[in-house]
Design a protein around this ligand. Structure first.
Ligand code: GLN
Length: 230
């Protein structure tokens, strides 16, 4: 927006982890994707500016807490634990977890049982799900390998260095289009993604929710889903 008074629009730093296609990924050196378009559209509608930074997923919540980030748009699931330290917008996308294996493997869900090595991205709901449901009860007795980026999870899966990966199904499906990996099981976790802000930042959260509401009602959300999923 332009103001005759010359007042500059507020600029917010948006944190993401660009290894989560089609929500955020790097293309020709640029951070792009569904969440990036979404947050830019909200910014345009509400009259603020954004600058997007690509950092590790497990640094996003600390970034909001320390104030180095204003907003997180990272396909981040709204969870009760996270709600204790950050605030989430209304939900904008629903997803489950899934199991990804090498395309030449005949493994199924049981690849998560016994002596297999499983890759996850650190700090994600996939990471937590494997710990809480498989490691704790020693259902999985192999290694849980933690990575900073799904790019390296997929690389190790394609190379045969790990047996399986657990990650959000829409992202696993997107990776399977261009890599020798297949989704072989869905884990129904019923997750909802939200845009996050620092705890108590009610003003910014209200702006984001207002913009999100407009995006849902003016056809933009539908267009984004078509652009990135069809
Ligand atoms: N939705 C998952 C979570 O919130 C994964 C998000 C991601 O890795 N970008 O933990």
């Amino acid at each position: 927006a332009t103001f005759s008074t010359g007042v500059m629009a507020q600029r917010y730093v948006v944190g993401t982890n660009a290894s989560f296609p089609p929500f955020e990924y790097v293309e020709d050196g640029e951070i792009v994707g569904f969440d990036i378009d979404l947050v830019k559209e909200i910014a345009k509608l509400q009259g603020f500016e954004v600058e997007v930074r690509d950092i590790s997923f497990d640094s996003l919540i600390p970034g909001l807490a320390s104030g180095s980030l204003d907003i997180v748009a990272a396909g981040m699931t709204i969870t009760a634990d996270r709600e204790k330290v950050i605030d989430f917008s209304d939900p904008y996308y629903s997803a489950n977890q899934s199991v990804l294996v090498h395309e030449e493997s005949d493994a199924n869900l049981t690849v998560l049982f016994g002596n297999h090595d499983v890759g996850v991205q650190t700090g994600t709901t996939g990471d937590t799900w494997v710990r809480d449901n498989l490691l704790e009860d020693e259902i999985l007795t192999g290694e849980l390998r933690n990575y900073d980026s799904y790019v390296f999870v997929i690389r190790d899966l394609a190379n045969g260095n790990i047996d399986a990966a657990v990650l959000d199904k829409p992202v696993a499906e997107t990776y399977s289009q261009n890599n020798p990996v297949n989704v072989v099981a869905e884990i129904i976790t019923g997750e909802e993604y939200g845009i996050a802000v620092g705890e108590g930042n009610e003003e910014l959260l209200a702006e984001i929710n207002a913009g999100l509401e407009k995006v849902k009602n003016n056809g933009t959300m539908e267009k984004l889903i078509q652009k990135y999923f069809e």
